[in-house]
Write a protein that binds this ligand. Structure first.
Ligand code: FES
Length: 111
């Protein structure tokens, strides 16, 4: 099924800090954005284990550890390092010429 992606301007890249997540809003969705070695990544904010905010997790390299039960998620590929049956959804990121970060959300998730 065709599911086109809608991009939202969510934050300026200068507001992102390496080693910290940022909570952003894309329409109705809360997402978590991370800066690593000049590259920006976006995953779902909602931890798939019990719903804590991954944007508030502790970051070491490409792993964000959930603030609630410390499960580790790789924000570069969405994998869970603690329980491999779980993963987090990734969202495409674009940075425009003025440094604004835009994240793409499938329209089916905006309903
Ligand atoms: S809520 Fe994230 S690991 Fe439990």
């Amino acid at each position: 099924m065709d599911d086109s992606v809608q991009f939202f301007k969510v934050v300026h890249k200068d507001e992102l800090t390496p080693g910290e997540g940022s909570l952003v809003f894309a329409g109705v969705k809360k997402l978590a954005v991370f800066l690593l070695d000049g590259e920006i990544f976006c995953i779902q904010n909602h931890c798939p284990h019990a719903g804590a905010s991954l944007a508030r997790g502790t970051v070491r390299g490409c792993i964000v550890s959930c603030p609630r039960h410390d499960w580790g998620f790789d924000f570069t590929d969405g994998s869970c390092k603690t329980n491999r049956r779980y993963s987090v959804k990734q969202y495409p990121v674009k940075v425009d010429d003025e440094g604004w970060v835009h994240v793409g959300v499938p329209e089916s998730e905006l309903l």
